[in-house]
Design a protein around this ligand. Structure first.
Ligand code: NAD
Length: 263
């Protein structure tokens, strides 16, 4: 029996990365989870293996370029070169101002969210170049498109959209496609913690989405799986919003003249 493609998911121990690992495993991929969360990574890898798939957890801090390189070599040895890479490892902050933010936390967020994306794309992208095929999906956000008061996270997500375009051009000639997904708020552990701490009002959040609801982690995973699939063979360099209509609705619904119907 031929073995399925190797899909590497950074941040695969939780949230969107976990849902993506589950979806790609269901599609027949063999999954390598890179995460700093050992318990979560082992839990997901075990569940996927118990369901008949092949999945391994690798302890890895994506902010450390050398560590990512070493894990990439180990994945190639254990499972073969990567066919698919999804960069879901990330930190999600709370609202703050540029003037008052903690600079150490700011720098750490860039090292994880932005540099970590670069590190994974370089280490696994080299394997894809050698194979002359591959698909990469980065995790952007609605933050890639509009200013929100998250001064380390928001510009970082805009930078990830631009990086995705650069990589699409650099790697396209090697037969590798590079795209991004841009989720709106998704109920994963960081958002759940903020809601429970009273820092986010779910009614207010849902009220600025055209669909009046939020996507599930599975909805983001479905979009990622599509971008990795042969059905998206001519799609590269894009950011696909998966936002329940947030980008369309946020300015419309906050128009000072009001919306032309009764809510
Ligand atoms: N949940 C949302 O509302 C939302 C919206 C838009 C974009 N995103 C993006 O989706 C991605 C996943 O977010 P999530 O909501 O699933 O969060 P999550 O916290 O559930 O998952 C993130 C994972 O990344 C791992 N991680 C953190 N730092 C790491 C590091 N240095 N090295 C390796 N792994 C590390 C965590 O351990 C965790 O397993 C992030 O890039 C986030 O910015 C999330």
């Amino acid at each position: 029996m031929t073995k399925g493609p190797v899909a590497v998911v950074t941040g695969g121990a939780s949230g969107i990365g976990e849902a993506t690992s589950r979806r790609l495993a269901a599609d027949g991929c063999r999954i390598a989870i890179l995460d700093v969360n050992k318990d979560g990574g082992e839990r997901v890898a075990k569940a996927l293996s118990a369901a008949g798939g092949e999945a391994r957890y690798y302890a890895c801090d994506v902010a450390d370029a050398k560590a990512v390189d070493a894990v990439a070599a180990q994945v190639a040895k254990d499972m073969g070169p990567a066919h698919i890479l999804v960069t879901s490892a990330g930190l999600i902050p709370n609202t703050e101002s540029v003037m008052d933010m903690d600079l150490e936390a700011h720098d750490r967020m860039w090292r994880v969210n932005y540099n970590g994306t670069i590190h994974a794309c370089r280490s696994f992208g080299r394997q894809m170049i050698a194979e002359k095929r591959g698909a990469i999906v980065t995790l952007g956000s609605i933050n890639s498109r509009l200013p929100l008061p998250l001064p380390a996270y928001n510009p970082g997500k805009a930078a990830i959209e631009r990086l995705t375009q650069l990589l699409a051009v650099e790697l396209g000639r090697h037969g590798i496609r590079v795209n991004s997904v841009g989720p709106t708020y998704v109920m994963t552990p960081p958002l759940r913690a903020k809601v429970e701490a009273g820092q986010r009002d779910m009614n207010k959040i849902m009220g600025v989405h055209a669909l009046g609801r939020l996507p599930e982690p599975k909805d983001i995973a479905d979009a990622i799986a599509y971008l990795c699939s042969d059905q998206a063979a001519s799609i590269t360099g894009i950011l696909l919003p998966v936002d329940a209509g947030w980008l369309a609705a946020v300015s419309y619904r906050t128009y000072a003249g009001g919306v032309p119907w009764k809510e």
